[in-house]
Design a protein around this ligand. Structure first.
Ligand code: COA
Length: 335
């Protein structure tokens, strides 16, 4: 039994925030952002007078899921498990997976969240494959979704991070199949000694009341990143993970039709493509439109790649990610 992706979908907020829009909030420029990251615009949910976003993260995920279900030609009745990858759950607990179960009326199927940041979808697909191979589930709804905009410090203090991130959700239907397609191999890694190089501290389970005034003053409710260090590690780990997953699957770079990297930064994507010898047309990129949407970036990119006709039946596909944790990993699939 193999685990194949049989449908994809995505949903992004209507509101486009251009680099020019950000210059009204902080000292930055379109040129700085484009040169450093390749990002031209991102989508941010609108926030109402009550301070709440127009949709919850789970509602975004449900929209992406409906598109993926239609694409796979299945209904809610066919889904027997939900995996929701996010670093930004709507609330501290329970996770977004159970809200999806409710929103899509999935009838008490199992639901779990994966907290693996930008690597969430890669970990989620590996987990989905394991559940399918073991017979625990047959048709899994795998979602990566993020509301980043509400966490960002859009003042000068947070400008190195705030310009990079966007909101959105992507979804995939992962199903058991006897056919020669689907996940061939996955590799998963972490290195917690670098956890503090890219993190958001609040809410903090080991602090009474979940935060202190000092933590708030220090910006602990916003993501913080050591950009240069993340850049260096990401470039190295992306390449390692691609090499490792290809080796595990017994294939070489020339066999791979498309690489979909987590959309962290166009400079990282370009460096990885060059080092690995993949020409630009075999490395998918949509970061210019959406920025870094963390766990949502790979499933959004996959859904767009499918709709652009970038994958045909039998193609070998590599999904690869690196992110906070540090965590990194890759999946090799036959489409
Ligand atoms: N607009 C304009 N200037 C900015 C800025 C912004 N949004 N953010 C920071 N700067 C300034 C800095 O203050 C610094 O000024 P200084 O030289 O006067 O001190 C200057 O730009 C250079 O900053 P630096 O941090 O050296 O830039 P960089 O070349 O390292 O680029 C990142 C910053 C964040 C774009 C880059 O480090 C990066 O892409 N890192 C990886 C990010 C990533 O992919 N994260 C997600 C991983 S999953």
């Amino acid at each position: 039994m193999r685990a194949a992706i049989t449908g994809t979908g995505f949903w992004v907020p209507e509101q486009v925030i251009t680099n020019q829009d950000l210059t009204r909030l902080m000292d930055t420029s379109d040129q700085w952002i484009v040169e450093r990251s390749g990002i031209r615009e991102r989508r941010w949910l609108r926030v109402g007078e009550d301070g709440r976003t127009e949709l919850t993260g789970a509602e975004m995920g449900a929209n992406a899921a409906r598109m993926a279900m239609a694409d796979a030609g299945i209904t809610a009745d066919d889904i027997d498990f939900v995996i929701y990858a996010t670093v930004n759950p709507d609330i501290f607990f329970p996770g977004n997976g159970v809200f999806i179960e409710d929103l899509l009326e999935l009838g008490t199927v199992g639901a779990m969240d994966i907290r693996n940041q930008c690597t969430g979808f890669v970990y989620g697909l590996a987990a989905a494959e394991g559940f399918i191979r073991s017979g625990t589930a047959q048709t899994i709804l795998l979602i990566g979704g993020e509301i980043q905009s509400t966490a960002l410090d859009v003042s000068n203090r947070g400008r190195d991070t705030a310009v990079l991130f966007g909101d959105g959700a992507g979804a995939a239907i992962v199903q058991g199949t006897e056919e020669d397609r689907g996940v061939i191999a996955s590799v998963l890694h972490s290195q917690g000694r670098f956890a503090r190089e890219l993190w958001a501290e609040i809410p903090c389970g080991n602090v009474a009341g979940r935060y202190t005034p000092e933590m708030v003053e220090g910006g602990g409710n916003h993501p913080h990143m050591n950009g240069k260090m993340v850049f260096k590690h990401a470039t190295r780990r992306f390449c390692e993970a691609i090499r490792e997953v290809m080796k595990k699957g017994g294939v070489g770079p020339d066999d791979v039709a498309l690489v979909i990297p987590h959309q962290a930064n166009q400079r990282i994507t370009d460096a990885v493509g060059q080092r690995m010898g993949f020409p630009p047309e075999r490395v998918f990129s949509n970061i210019a439109k959406y920025g870094n949407t963390t766990a949502a970036s790979i499933p959004i990119a996959l859904a767009e790649a499918v709709r652009e006709g970038r994958l045909k039946s039998g193609d070998l596909l590599v999904l690869v990610a690196f992110g906070s944790g540090f965590t990194w990993g890759a999946n090799l699939l036959r489409w």
